[in-house]
Ligand binder design. Structure first.
Ligand SMILES: [Zn+2]
Length: 476
């Protein structure tokens, strides 16, 4: 199978020569994608989804997903061999699906989150996708033909993943697109391995290893009964056919792990954190679904939180405020609850109280990202730009290479009439997103603007010379 595949890709690079780009003839046709190339493709696909506004960029849910993903990775026996950065993100799509991209980018559909009953079920799908990456299923299959044309490969992947995109019909119909599509469709062996490794990761992280089989079973019986839920198709089943064999396999593996005693370190699901993520995701996709899921009926903390969020959406601020007050009294350090509390205080005209609440919590947890960002926004609105800048630069020390912080800093510098510093921060954000050429252009502008500021000018110089040595800039 492998040889056949290489042969196809050699044919592809020959036939596409005239249309797209000249393949690098010095490179052996068997060469696989390097880690660096894989990261470039993944980052570029991610950037395209972001630019097309297809992502669900809720700070609370994204932070939860990152935390869950990191918990799985830290327990993964494969992490050390594959020391690489993982980025977990959420795609605004009601279909039940998840996918792994080259370079450690893992996308989870909102529809998958709302289909899960508990944290272990969600984790089981994430662990499965992590396994596709740690076991190198993608890199092995995207070969030299793709590495000759990284931007095109990324554009094709983005179009496949989203079902739309900025690739022409001709490209989509091309042999190269078919080639990439084939590479994204894992073999049965890949799927079996991802299940088996995924379940081990799940157990090692102290989650319920039986959750994968349970989730598969649920999906398969629901799809038999209804075909679709809310008009959305079971995408995960299309890319991950759930056969009775597969469910039995997953059950068998979980039982084996339990007998081996790996179960002894089972910690509880973080039900409350999962419930908060579920509530936010469901409410963002429309209240009707939330009502169907009975999210508002419970008197539990998450139930009251859900009702307060709904009341906030309906602008019933004072009812929402009294409800969230009872929740915060019971659990005073939960970020999601505090954020809603401070938002409602502000919406009721008590900005100073909202600020004090955030400041108070940040003295206990000075590097808490979501609360820090919320406070920075208050300072920007006031405006107290000096305080906003101090806060953001403090957060940056503990969250280096954070895109949102760089963008926030660019905004603050712009508002403070420091165009050179604003352009520098924008350039750093663009570098992080892999858009080196736009970054370079911002740096050239910043260089002219910083002519009288020796310290800033030398920082800009340093970035410019760093970029000049990169392939993208030097070849342009
Ligand atoms: Zn899979």
């Amino acid at each position: 199978m492998r040889y056949f595949y290489i042969l196809i890709s050699m044919l592809v690079s020959c036939s596409l020569q005239s249309e797209i780009a000249l393949p690098d003839l010095g490179r052996p046709a068997t060469a696989v994608l390097s880690q660096q190339e894989a990261e470039k493709i993944g980052a570029s696909v991610y950037r395209q989804l972001q630019q097309q506004q297809l992502l669900f960029e809720d700070a609370v849910v994204t932070a939860y997903l990152q935390k869950l993903g990191q918990r799985l990775l830290q327990s993964s026996p494969y992490e050390r061999q594959n020391a690489q950065r993982f980025t977990f993100f959420i795609v605004n799509d009601a279909t039940i699906n998840a996918f792994a991209l080259p370079g450690g980018y893992i996308g989870i559909h909102t529809g998958l989150i709302t289909a899960c009953k508990n944290e272990s079920e969600l984790a089981s799908v994430i662990a499965h996708e992590i396994a596709h990456i740690t076991q190198d299923h993608l890199q092995r299959r995207l070969d030299a033909a793709s590495s000759n044309q990284l931007p095109l490969t990324a554009a094709i992947i983005a179009a496949i993943v989203t079902g739309r995109g900025e690739v022409s019909e001709a490209v989509i119909a091309s042999a190269m697109a078919r080639n990439v599509q084939q590479a994204l469709q894992f073999s049965r062996d890949n799927e079996r391995e991802a299940d088996s490794v995924g379940i081990k990761i799940l157990a090692a992280a102290g989650l319920e290893p039986g959750a994968m089989a349970h989730f598969f079973q649920q999906l398969s019986s629901q799809s038999r009964l209804y075909g679709t839920i809310d008009g959305s198709s079971y995408n995960f089943l299309q890319t991950h056919p759930v056969t009775t064999d597969r469910i039995a396999d997953a059950q068998g593996r979980a039982t084996l792990l339990k007998q081996e005693g790996s179960q002894s370190n089972i910690k509880r699901n973080d039900d409350e954190a999962f419930a908060i993520a579920l509530i936010r995701t469901t409410l963002a996709s429309g209240t009707t679904t939330a009502v169907k899921l009975n999210l508002f009926t419970e008197e539990s903390r998450p139930g009251r939180y859900a009702r307060a969020l709904l009341q906030q959406q309906q602008r019933a601020f004072s009812e929402a405020l009294s409800l969230i007050t009872t929740v915060v009294e019971e659990k005073p350090h939960e970020v999601a609850y505090l954020l809603l509390y401070s938002e409602l205080l502000q919406q009721q005209g008590n900005r100073q109280q909202a600020i004090s609440l955030l400041q108070q919590e940040l003295t206990l947890a000075p590097h808490q990202f979501e609360l820090g960002m919320a406070l920075a926004d208050h300072f920007i609105d006031l405006p107290d730009l000096a305080k906003a800048k101090t806060l953001v630069t403090t957060l940056q020390r503990h969250h280096p290479d954070n895109l949102a912080l760089l963008q926030k800093l660019a905004q603050i510098e712009g508002l403070s009439n420091n165009p050179a510093a604003a352009n520098l921060a924008t350039a750093e954000a663009l570098i992080l997103q892999g858009d080196l050429f736009s970054a370079y252009r911002h740096l050239l502008v910043a260089q002219r603007q910083a002519a009288n500021d020796f310290y800033l000018a030398s920082r800009i110089e340093a970035k410019i010379s760093l970029l000049k040595s990169s392939k993208e800039i030097s070849e342009r």
